[in-house]
Design a protein around this ligand. Structure first.
Ligand code: HEM
Length: 416
């Protein structure tokens, strides 16, 4: 049964699966990790790495883990101590909601929820269209430009800038801070990187303290899409976030919604250029944009890895594990599992039953998924409808990071 499912799928072989270690990856891995993921899923689906941590690649195993937050904890207070030490980077990542269990997770998530209701999102749609139209005008004028930096990055920065009420002239600072702070989550974090990324956390916190004081003096009008002012005070039940919870979850909002969305747009255009039949199909029928975005999310998931920790001894994926074992959930592999997705290495923008895990699942499922989807839909569709010819004008290199899939840069030439 399994052998048939893997027929025609390029996989790296049992040897590659046996020696796989997330902290020592070959540079080629970042360009195309999927043959290694297929090999792991086929030959060692519950793989133990030299550190003792487990690496899971089957769709069913990830789905089960996401839906049992009691057995699979998201709390990182012990594990991040090893790589981050007693730093601001550690303070940030262990305070953001994604790395906490209930009840801490629940109260912060509840505070953020009003920013992502269907009503709040409908109100943002016009703003998304406006920012995309302005960016398209800019790049059309340039002719040759960087797809990621000159186009895809602009939109999430503007939207999260609006949400936090960051003045336009300060928005250029946001992206370098976010990239640095997220870099702190890589498995092979070096001491000099840890210090540099901690400084980004300190600078961002100082900036937010200034911004919050400013908002208290000069509140913004209700129709600006700004949520910071609402997060500062108590909620309807009189519950307030602590100062650190407020600062770190604002930082997290930027980090969570910025590169993830920009990379989805760039990964999507890249995939459509590699599968020209799918590009033609989408240009011919723009109504396909909704399933097309789902396929981009599955096919080149911009978040490739999540982590959990076992709270008691248990059997996971048929293997006995111990309380405290650290687990890597490989979204990139699960989303190409042939048991769940027929012909998984083929991009099919009309794919049916596309229940991908690009946004995770369960209680930590991406709070901003509807916003991310809307941004990606309007940006990607706008781009391919505006430009009939899109040609790479240099080498687009993937970022050498395993957790987040995207490009360092992506030079293109585009014309109507
Ligand atoms: C296409 C873009 C995006 C992708 C692929 C993505 C992916 C993810 C994934 C995989 C998780 C789950 C983490 C886990 O379970 O450990 C997550 C959580 C989260 N995301 Fe996103 N995300 C995207 C866009 C956004 C946006 C635009 C925002 C908000 C501005 C956002 C806010 C969040 C938040 C707040 C969480 C934490 C949820 C919780 O722990 O309860 N994301 N995201």
């Amino acid at each position: 049964m399994m052998a048939d499912l893997y027929e025609g799928i390029a996989e790296a072989g049992p040897g590659a699966a046996a020696v796989f270690d997330i902290v020592t990856l070959d540079p080629d891995f970042y360009e195309n990790p999927y043959p290694v993921f297929h090999a792991l899923r086929r030959h060692a689906p519950v793989h133990r790495m030299p550190s003792g941590a487990w690496f899971l690649t089957r769709y069913a195993d990830l789905h089960a883990a996401y839906h049992d937050p009691v057995l699979f904890s998201s709390d990182k207070t012990v594990d991040f101590k090893n790589t981050m030490g007693d730093t601001s980077l550690y303070e940030h990542h262990t305070t953001s909601l994604v790395f906490n269990d209930p009840p801490r997770h629940t109260r912060v998530r509840k505070r953020l929820a009003p920013a992502f209701t269907p009503r709040a999102l409908r109100a943002l749609e016009g703003r998304v269209e406006e920012v995309v139209a302005a960016s398209l005008d800019e790049v059309a004028e340039m002719g040759s430009f960087d797809l990621l930096h000159d186009f895809a990055m602009k939109l999430p920065i503007e939207l999260i800038g609006d949400m936090l009420g960051v003045p336009p002239e300060d928005r250029a600072k946001l992206s370098p801070w976010a990239v640095a702070i997220l870099g702190g989550l890589e498995a092979d974090l070096k001491p000099e990187q840890r210090d540099q990324y901690s400084k980004a956390v300190d600078d961002f916190k100082d900036y937010l303290r200034w911004l919050i004081a400013e908002r208290k003096r000069n509140p913004l009008a209700d129709d600006t899409g700004e949520v910071l002012s609402k997060l500062v005070g108590p909620d309807a039940d009189g519950d307030s976030l602590t100062e650190l919870e407020l600062l770190h979850n604002c930082i997290f909002l930027l980090n969570a919604g910025h590169e993830t969305t920009a990379n989805t747009v760039t990964n999507g255009i890249d995939a459509l250029l590699r599968f020209p039949d799918q590009m033609d199909r989408l240009r011919a029928d723009p109504n396909l944009i909704v399933p097309a975005i789902e396929e981009v999310l599955r096919f080149e998931s911009s978040v490739q890895l999540n982590n959990r920790k076992l709270t008691v001894d248990a059997e996971v994926g048929g293997v006995a594990m111990k309380k405290g074992d650290y687990i890597w959930l490989c979204i990139g592999a699960a989303n190409r599992d042939p048991e769940e997705f027929p012909d998984p290495d083929c991009m099919n923008i009309g794919r049916e039953k596309n229940r991908h895990l690009a946004f995770g699942s369960g209680i930590h499922a991406c709070a901003g998924m509807s916003l991310g989807r809307m941004e990606a839909r309007i940006a990607l569709n706008g781009f391919i409808q505006q430009f009939g010819t899109i040609e790479p004008s240099g080498t687009a290199r993937h970022h050498p990071r395993a957790r987040f899939r995207g490009f360092v840069d992506y030079p293109v030439t585009a014309s109507p």
